[in-house]
Design a protein around this ligand. Sequence first.
Ligand code: HEM
Length: 109
Amino acid sequence: MFHFLVQTHSGMWGIMVLLFILGFAFYRQRGWKIGLRLAYLVMIVTGVWMLALKGFPWLFILKGILALILIGIMEMTLARRKRKEPTFFMWLLIIVILIVILLIGYGVF
Ligand code: HEM
């Protein structure tokens, strides 16, 4: 079961990032955002499940919190894009937080 969760989780994060970029580029098309939100759901469900199976290690609790912050900033960035407001600093935040999440996820930290 854990192996299946890790495979799904690590296979989905790339799709999530791709759907975010497409949702940003084609911000008038709702389909990308619907797909993106489904990807969030898969990441959160598989993440929390793995967290429970691992006995809630603090580093992955921190990673989960960072991931929820990342999702929030991604949603704010799409909303700013729709309102044609600047998003440069949001992108910087997304890239930095995503790198930290990946470093924890792949066991570099
Ligand atoms: C939404 C952004 C997220 C990204 C980009 C992300 C990325 C990753 C990556 C790349 C891995 C390594 C997978 C592998 O070893 O092949 C991983 C593992 C993990 N993630 Fe996430 N994750 C996210 C959200 C979450 C959330 C919300 C939680 C929990 C609340 C979570 C909990 C975990 C756990 C427990 C592992 C460890 C699996 C292991 O021991 O191998 N992740 N994550």
